[in-house]
Design a protein around this ligand. Structure first.
Ligand SMILES: [Fe+2]
Length: 317
């Protein structure tokens, strides 16, 4: 029997082709039945939406096998969803975040040119959205964090990093590569055993040496697929370098680390601290900033860190 997955009506744009069949769950003589509401290859017309709105129905269904097509539909409608003021910003963010997480998952599973191009396109859309509508894109960061996953971490770092970079005055030309680089910053982890990455306890020295390779591994994967990136590589390579030279892979000092690497480092630490992981609880934003200030102030760029605190403060944190 087919398995059905719920989707929200708000995620569907009027007069678009969704590429997967959409169903309604209805009650027929006391039994629940899935009824085809719109065929995947026909236009999802506005009157179909209005009818559901009138009936107060926001939950529709797709078959599980079509999940990938649905996420790709969301990806290509990113701008429309994020700028639709009829949808609550948190719901918009939820829709886009789930599409982004699925996209990063695809890139990690299969980092071929096609998927990396998708990530790049998504990142550039995200930058557009941040430039046009910072308020709505900030709700991307309010997504509840229940578990630690590399995928959601990647999306969080890209969303928060891009907003912060915009706040720092990065130009539009610099924001695109920055967002792509942060979205892919942990890509090299696909070459490392999940047993090490998700280990519940202290890593052995050997295991830690393996983890330290992920920045270079990430760049190698991208170079193999020949994407011709530049700043993206710098972010991936330097997101674990500390200003006092205690970071990896090269143990660079502050003056040797590019400013985009220093920005990425702060966001990476902050998101890791505020997210629940296999081996630690999620810190509150205040506690996370205190930990960075008290225990890692030599590791991060202090000027940037002060600006980061101000930046978060501006959004009520
Ligand atoms: Fe990393």
């Amino acid at each position: 029997m087919q398995k059905y997955l719920p989707i929200t009506l708000n995620s569907l744009r009027p007069d678009t082709i969704i590429n997967c069949d959409v169903y309604l769950l209805v009650n027929v003589n006391g039994a629940s039945r899935y009824i085809l509401y719109c065929k995947g290859n026909s236009v999802f017309e506005n009157n179909k939406i209005e009818l559901l709105v009138r009936k107060n129905i926001n939950r529709l269904f797709i078959v599980r096998d079509d999940q990938q097509k649905y996420f790709e539909y969301l990806e290509s409608n990113f701008q429309n969803i994020m700028s639709d003021e009829r949808i609550h910003p948190d719901e918009r963010a939820q829709i886009v975040h789930s599409a982004a997480t699925n996209l990063v998952k695809d890139v990690f599973k299969d980092p071929r040119t096609g998927n990396i191009e998708r990530a790049k396109k998504f990142a550039y859309n995200m930058v557009d959205c941040v430039l046009r509508n910072g308020e709505a894109s900030f709700s991307l960061l309010r997504i509840a964090k229940h578990e630690y996953y590399t995928y959601t971490h990647s999306v969080n770092v890209a969303a928060m990093g891009t907003l912060f970079a915009k706040n720092l005055g990065f130009s539009e030309n610099d924001l695109g590569p920055f967002c792509t680089g942060t979205l892919l910053h942990d890509l090299g982890k696909i070459k490392i055993s999940p047993n090490i990455l998700n280990k519940n306890g202290r890593l052995t020295e050997e295991e830690f040496e393996t983890v330290k390779k992920h920045p270079e591994l990430g760049v190698n994967i991208l170079k193999e697929t020949g994407n011709g990136f530049k700043d993206e590589y710098t972010i991936i390579l330097q997101h674990h370098e500390n200003c006092d030279g205690t970071g990896y892979p090269y143990g660079l000092k502050k003056s040797e680390i590019h400013s985009i690497g220093r920005v990425a480092r702060i966001i990476d630490i902050y998101d890791a601290l505020t997210t629940k992981r296999a081996y630690s609880y999620a810190q509150t934003p205040y506690d996370a900033l205190s930990i960075i200030k008290d225990e890692m102030s030599d590791a991060v760029d202090r000027v940037l860190f002060k600006q980061f605190i101000k930046f978060l403060g501006g959004y009520g944190w």
